[in-house]
Design a protein around this ligand. Structure first.
Ligand code: ZN
Length: 270
């Protein structure tokens, strides 16, 4: 790459850093237009709908296939000591089914790890690699596990596991049970993280705000009691991201291609 070296040679270090970032980042901004099948790997029922529901509705209306993989069983999501956790898990599953129907998500997969107890494990990683190889998504959407101060283990673990699964799913000897069963390796093209402090792609969801709010509200056990305040918060956040993007309402993502997931000093800034 003599020409790139020449570019660095002619510039100050700061200018060269910015130029290389510009050179390397081409493509990510069109990721959502390019993909045909998307797998959303979420810690809990509701996470994708709250963080990315407008984008999901938009993709589904464009005829793209959206699959939700929920890592945990959501048994902890209540402040009511009388609520039976197993019953709550069932309620939350039904609520997610309704929200998915509103947004146009066709397929829901539940891995049923206990809520609040998900930590990265080889077993969970291999389950995700298997699902990626089976369903062959072009993009995985998940939570940013590197969000500063994120205390919820399910959120940190889900983002890490999803990123690891994206990295290893093309390698035939990773999760080798698949090789023996004839399940082929698969290369995901993009990984998109929501709830990120480093967004590089904004999706205009102005036309999908109502659908998103309706889908979030389907998670009654989580939001009905404080809906007016929560709706205000969602609207304000989407408007803020919209201002950044030059549209009315937007959702924000950090979109990377898999090569940024390993030994890449540009990943954070790209
Ligand atoms: Zn969550």
């Amino acid at each position: 790459m003599a020409s790139l070296e020449g570019l660095v040679e002619r510039m100050t270090a700061e200018e060269a850093w910015r130029s290389l970032l510009k050179f390397l980042s081409s493509g990510a901004e069109r990721a959502f237009e390019e993909v045909q099948r998307v797998m959303c790997i979420q810690p809990h029922a509701d996470d994708t709908d709250v963080a990315a529901g407008g984008t999901i509705a938009k993709l589904a209306r464009e005829g793209k296939e959206v699959i939700y993989v929920t890592m945990t069983d959501d048994r902890l999501g209540t402040s009511d000591p009388e609520m039976w956790p197993e019953k709550l898990a069932q309620i939350r599953m039904k609520e997610q089914e309704e929200a998915a129907r509103i947004l146009g998500v066709k397929k829901l997969i539940w891995l049923n790890y206990r809520d609040g107890e998900l930590y990265p494990s080889l077993k969970a990683r291999e389950e995700l690699i298997h699902l990626i190889r089976l369903y062959k998504p072009d993009m995985v959407i998940t939570v940013d596990p590197w969000l500063s101060y994120e205390a919820h283990p399910d959120h940190r673990a889900t983002g890490i596991l999803a990123a690891e699964a994206v990295m290893f799913s093309p390698l035939p000897h990773a999760a080798p049970g698949d090789l023996r069963e004839g399940v082929k390796p698969h290369q995901v093209r993009y990984i998109a993280f929501y709830w990120t402090r480093r967004p590089n792609v904004y999706v205009d969801v102005t036309d999908y705000l109502d659908l998103k709010l309706k889908a979030i509200r389907a998670h009654k056990s989580q939001f009905e009691a404080n809906w007016p305040q929560f709706e205000q918060l969602i609207r304000a956040y989407l408007r803020l991201m919209g201002k950044r993007a030059g549209v009315r309402y937007a959702e924000a993502f950090k979109v990377l291609t898999p090569q940024y997931l390993h030994c890449n000093i540009f990943a954070e800034d790209i």
